[in-house]
Design a protein around this ligand. Sequence first.
Ligand SMILES: Cc1cc2nc3c(=O)[nH]c(=O)nc-3n(C[C@H](O)[C@H](O)[C@H](O)COP(=O)(O)O)c2cc1C
Length: 417
Amino acid sequence: MTNQLNQVLLHENNQVGSNLEAWLANGGGEGLQNALAAPEAIIKTIEDSNLRGMGGAGFPTYRKWQFVLAEKDAEVKYLICNGNEDEPGTFKDRLLLEKTPNQIIEGALITALATGVNHLILYINPHEEKAVEAARQAVAQWEAHPLFASVADSLGRPLTLRVFLSSGLYIGGEETAAISSVEGGFPFPKKKPPYPAQHGVHGQPTLINNVETLAHVTHIVKHGAEWYRNLGVGQASGTKIYSLSGDVLHPGVYELPMGTSLRDLVFEYGGGMLAGKEFKAVFTGGPSNTILTSEDLDVALDWDSVQERRSRLGTGAMIVISEGTGIVKRVTEYVDFFADSSCGQCPPCKIGTRQISKVLRKIDTGRGRRAELDHLVNLGKLLPGSGRCALVDGAVTVLNSSLDKFKSEYEAHLIDR
Ligand SMILES: Cc1cc2nc3c(=O)[nH]c(=O)nc-3n(C[C@H](O)[C@H](O)[C@H](O)COP(=O)(O)O)c2cc1C
């Protein structure tokens, strides 16, 4: 697997593992110094940078921060740095945690200065043992460093930073499930509202950001919003990390300018298709997302351009498939994953994902009828929004996208076609 270590977050200068002194000697800490000098200016800088959440939803980061900042009366506030990352095809956050934990921690400390959060939790998947170890070592060094004390002084309240091992379950990455975990329970998602910004860990205001999002923060506050915006292609802002996998010659983790075309990602950086294979499609943003086809190869990979194609950038997971790969089989595998991952609290999610996977399997193995395909289409309309979290929506999104782009492939499998 290739790692493209030539941009910002994955720049070789940042590959110092958990060594804080090496991080600071290579230009780390400057973002934090800027933040300490003018904490009230940070949110505006993040707004001007157009940074959006890298955990899947792409929500504007500054807006979430404003909600938490607005909770002025709370005595304590939490930040969960979300490094659960358990979706198939997504493998960027573990690399960041393992190779560059200091930029995530610095981003978290800057976030504390911007929003007043004072309990910082690195929420990491225990299956990623190297990431856990690197994060633990980095935390110990930060806690002993004078910069840490300066942040606590500026906040005017006790500051804590710790590693918390998640359940290792996919559902544990959902924000309210992460809160349940940190409170000591099973990662059951909670109904919203109330939103975490008002009522999170132990009822206190809680901010949840993906670890990649926080890593970007460090560099934005170091170099400024304009510098960051100019990293993107055209109107796009900054960079994005992609987890590229599937039928390409060089699968791996690539940090590229936001707005790089899908064609360049697959054919230039990914080295093109495996020998003898033709590009068919890419599951964009991971299995809980949408499909782009060869007609979309020239789309710029930025939030808005991808959305114009009725798709989403999501976490930046890109699973490439070649001609000859059955769409129905692949979608069945993904829906099976979601059915297995449902926490079971909401019947439409628990039963709906199982229903979809049962019908998909029947169609894929040539035992399905048109009425069952119609049933799938109907489930795709009925289920979105029926769970307390977005797990069922993810299963339905990939189903609907496959029906939208490859309905004829479904029809070709039917007995009564
Ligand atoms: C089922 C499910 C699993 C999720 N898993 C993760 C995860 O592993 N890591 C993550 O950052 N976000 C995950 N999310 C999204 C989070 O709920 C949340 O939106 C995100 O952590 C916010 O960070 P951001 O604004 O920086 O993107 C998941 C969402 C759902 C519905």
